[in-house]
Structures are given as structure tokens and as C-alpha cells.
Write a protein of this length. Sequence first.
Length: 117
Amino acid sequence: MLKDMKTQSHLKPGQKGTKQLLEKYGDSLLCVRYRYDEKRGVRLKTAEIIVEEKPFRPPLRYRDEDVVSVIVSFTENILRNKLKAAGGRWDPEKKVWHVLYGSIHGDTELEERILPD
């Protein structure tokens, strides 16, 4: 059905043709599209709205041979021992651990603590 339609307009909230939907959905409205189905001879007005919002942290992309910096506090003995076993080195100036990504890859607890570059 959608493959047979052409999108004529892509409107931002507040533009002419979006006002009623903006009143209805408020800040949840992202865009309004007018689609035309020539086969059926109809025009469709569609609205893209936000239905859920929650925090997201994009996954970090590292190669196994990359050295990454990991934040683990002094009191977290179990994580410190994992880093030591993985060949990690403590940097007292920056207060971070440096370790090869390949040696902690798959350990979600440590991967979540990697400092982004």
C-alpha cells in the first residue's frame, strides 16, 4: 500500500496544515505528511508522534586492540580485580584504568564504564 503512494508534503509542527494536529498532540507531534494514492484516488494525512521517551546511550564502537579508559572507583574491589586480571593499568593522574577493549569485551559492567573519547 505505501509503496504505491507518493509523499507530496512533509510539514513541521506549526506550519499550515498541522495546526489541528498540533492542538491535539502538542509537543508530541514530530511531523505531518500528505500522501497520495493514485490507484485508489485518495489523499492521506499522517502524523508522526512521540509515544515514549527514555534515556538512550549509543553503543560504543571499539576494536579489540583499542586501549580504552575505564572509570572504576577505589572501593569497587571486584571490578578493580577484573581490570587487573585483564591486564589493565591504573593511571593515577587521570584516575582511570587503561585496558585493551578486547580483554573486557562482553563484560557489560565494565563496558558501561568506558569513558567516551
